[in-house]
Design a protein around this ligand. Sequence first.
Ligand code: ADP
Length: 639
Amino acid sequence: MIRASSISTPRRRPERRRCHEAAAPDADYASTSTGAATSPGVAALSRWRRLPLLCLVGVALASLWWLWQWQYAQSEAEARRHADNRLSLYGSSLQGALERFTYLPGLLAHQPQIQAALLDPAEIFVPQVNAFLALVAERSGAEVIFLLDAEGRTLASSNHAEADSFVGHDYRFRPYFYEAMATGQGEFFAVGSTTGRPGYFVSAAVGPGAPEAAQGVLVAKVSLEALQADWRRAGEKVLLTDANGVVILSSRPEWRYRRLGELTPQAREEIRRQRQFMGEPLEPLGRRLRDDSLLVGGAGLGERLVDTTLALETLGWTMHYLMPVRPLYVSARNALMGGVAVWLALLLLALWLRERQKRQRLREREAAIIREANERLEARVVERTRELQEAQAELVQAGKLAALGTMAAGIAHELNQPLSGIRTYAANGQRLLDRGRSDAADDNFQRIQALCERLGGLIRQLKLFARKGGAREPVDLVARLDFVLELLAERCRQQGVRPRSRLPGGALWVLGDEVRVEQLLTNLLRNALDALRGVAEPWLEVAIEAEAERLVVTVADNGAGIPDELLEQLFDPFFTTKAVGDGLGLGLFISYGIVQDLGGRIHAGNRPSGGAWFRVELPRAQPTGLASPSSIRESQDEP
Ligand code: ADP
């Protein structure tokens, strides 16, 4: 009994286009990426590379299409469920309203007074029947109940007293009359030809021989206006169409007496003959679209509605429940937009991941390049270091040979002079002895002795120079300086020099051996005293400054100072400005070697107010035991 109309899913061209548009950037990208391809082989490779991308776009479009369809179907199914519920409610209430009256004409037809009224040509019973019908109509709720004779003329009616009384009217053209006369009962929906009010007519044949020999028909007209008003109040779009598709009841009054679909000429003729709709033009309500939805209203301006129907038993009527299509599309569109958003998010995520991967690869490539460059650089450094070491070794070798040459020349020079002196004095002495001049010869022998002592001093210095290295034990620098000053005290007194010493209280330690430390200090102080010879107001200062990591010894005087151009050669072997016999030029050279051995540095310069300064920096050491003052005496030796 319930037949729901099929609602085919509409096609959505615009969304398809949108998907194509979304795919456009990829196509652009692909075309740009292949733009550089020149040979057909490269182009083919590029096409193959694009294949996964195209597949992905295809999957995205297909999934969006499926999502659209699925959401639309879900919304439609939901709407149809709702429509079916409402239709069954409205259908049963209509059916109930009609069924209340179907028995009434048959029941009344058996009333003796009604039958008598038909048989009475004098119409004596008519007033009585009129009153009876009016009473029944009032009690039953029927709009009008009336009695037709065998010719279809109204004999009696419940509205006999009203202005639009049916009495005397001829209704033989109405199906409820001739069908009842033919079959015993009839029903019909029509606009009242007398009142102009629509209603449902239900009838039954009257007479003892009915239906074959019926003498009249009793008709009840039922108004369905109250039902229609209920639909309107519910605010829903509900229609009732008859077998010809003409709207006979509607929640919207303007839709009434319009038709759904086409009317055949026969149907039109029949409607005209039966005066069913009293000349209403029966314009079409709208257009039925291909998907079975209804487009109600003018083209382009109309409202598209989903039509769900329920077939009723009465007179081939159909009840329609109409719902706008728009919400279904809105819901499908929202789902589609959600899907597009998800795909866009996935696309962005993929792009981001690809970008990150690219950057990662770039970083790795850069790191590899840097690593390679470093390795190359390291290899070159190793190579260059090896070359430098070789060059240095050669230089050292050359330097050694040069130093040896210089030293040999210096020693030869220093030895040669006293030796030639000795030779001369010895020859002279011999000659003087031959002549018997022993006093004069004695003088020569003393000179020979002095020259031999000088040779001895030279050899001692060379021995000292040859003694490299030595012990490395904590040496108290302050104590060693005190000792050296004490040794030189007599000479200072002779020269009228009063050395000033600035020493911090307590011991200060360096790692080395006492003899070499004393040798270093002695050399510096002797040079200063040498420089102070003949100075009117001699001034000599010795200072030790203690820093965290080192000790700084400064020896300064107010002698003649060192000419600037000689400062660079100061520490060279055999460099001396002193007269022959006064200096060998080995003191600072030896001092330099000692400072190097102790891991320190030595510098020299001139004071602004005149005189020279020497600065020795030595690494500071921690005392591990007390240094013994033994073997100090060696340091007193003259260079
Ligand atoms: P020597 O004392 O035998 O000349 P040194 O190596 O001790 O050898 O000194 C080298 C030269 O440095 C000296 O000849 C002298 O010219 C210069 N010199 C060293 N100390 C001083 C000083 N305090 N003032 C001026 N000149 C100095």
